[in-house]
Ligand binder design. Structure first.
Ligand SMILES: C[C@@]1(CC(=O)O)C2=NC(=C\c3[nH]c(c(CCC(=O)O)c3CC(=O)O)Cc3[nH]c(c(CC(=O)O)c3CCC(=O)O)/C=C3\N/C(=C\2)[C@@H](CCC(=O)O)[C@]3(C)CC(=O)O)/[C@H]1CCC(=O)O
Ligand SMILES: NC(=O)c1ccc[n+]([C@@H]2O[C@H](COP(=O)([O-])OP(=O)(O)OC[C@H]3O[C@@H](n4cnc5c(N)ncnc54)[C@H](O)[C@@H]3O)[C@@H](O)[C@H]2O)c1
Length: 222
């Protein structure tokens, strides 16, 4: 099993691997302080012994992180036999999946993979993305969720053109949310989506491409 340094490094924070509701079991004669803490917190079970064939019985996903390459290879063989997904930390040929670098903001998760070509590049991309404006769109999550659930309840969700969603997700809407005006932003979004805002936004969906309506609105203002 990976040690806590790696868990923390991959996520860029002191976040236990649990929290997903997964039943996590570590099989190892010894464990780091980090893993012992997860065990003490009830997030992880620890079987204090060496790996034995059969340990993957019933597993959905496994990580082979012993410091003995031959043991990791045997774990990979068992995983292949059982159809269990396996990651062998730094041994790509003995992985059936590769661990990505992760960026999270609210409910939004961005996973970055270089396909094993360069983990250092995956980290660079993660660190760039964490501070990039692109990720700020994730701050709209709760407003989007509320509007969506409202439209679903009203039986209107499937009537909204996908392009209209894109046109309504504007920097202006984001600024409102970031200013703490959640309710106003939700109302504005719903009005824009249902065409009730009276400003002609996206009245002709067929003309509305690549933010075209926003460009038109900017033109109107100037
Ligand atoms: C993304 C991340 C997630 C995580 O760890 O969970 C991750 N490695 C991270 C960092 C990192 N790892 C290494 C360095 C040193 C610089 C460098 O080598 O580039 C750095 C950078 C640093 O620490 O700054 C060393 C290293 N890693 C691997 C090898 C073996 C090989 O390539 O053969 C070696 C050489 C070992 C040696 O011999 O010394 C292999 C893998 N590492 C992967 C994932 C998978 C491919 C992912 C992809 O490329 O997309 C894969 C295949 C295994 C797997 O699937 O888990 C995490 C980013 C954390 C973050 O976001 O900050
Ligand atoms: N890809 C990465 O980013 C990355 C990062 C850190 C470590 N690694 C790799 O992960 C592996 C482990 O590194 P580490 O620093 O955690 O090593 P470590 O020595 O700290 O830990 C290895 C653990 O495996 C246990 N172990 C040994 N034989 C075992 C067996 N037969 N059954 C069960 N457990 C057994 C040991 O008791 C120990 O607790 C190494 O191959 C290392 O190169 C990869």
């Amino acid at each position: 099993m990976r040690d806590s340094r790696r868990w923390n490094r991959g996520r860029g924070q002191d976040q236990p691997p649990a929290g997903s509701g997964a039943d996590i079991c570590v099989v190892s004669p010894d464990a780091t302080l980090g893993i012992r803490q997860f065990v003490a917190d009830g997030d992880v079970r620890w079987e204090q012994r060496k790996y034995e064939k059969g340990d993957l019985d019933g597993a959905f996903i496994a990580i082979a992180a012993t410091n003995v390459r031959e043991v990791n290879r045997r774990i990979f063989e068992e995983a292949e036999e059982r159809g269990v997904m396996l990651n062998a930390v730094d041994d790509p040929p003995n992985c059936s999946f590769i661990a990505p670098s992760i960026v999270q903001r609210g409910p939004v998760t961005v996973a970055i993979s270089t396909g094993g070509v360069s983990p250092a590049l995956a980290r660079k991309l993660r660190e760039s993305l964490q501070t990039s404006d692109a990720l700020a769109w994730a701050d709209l999550s709760s407003v989007m969720a509320v509007a969506r659930s409202h439209l679903r309840e009203a039986g209107l969700l499937s009537t909204i053109d996908p392009q209209r969603w894109q046109c309504c997700i504007t920097p202006e809407l984001l600024a409102m949310v970031q200013d703490g005006q959640q309710t106003e932003a939700t109302e504005k979004l719903l009005a824009g989506l249902t065409g009730d805002d009276g400003r002609g936004l996206c009245q002709d969906i067929s003309q509305c491409h690549d933010g075209g309506c926003q460009l038109a609105r900017a033109g109107e203002r100037s």
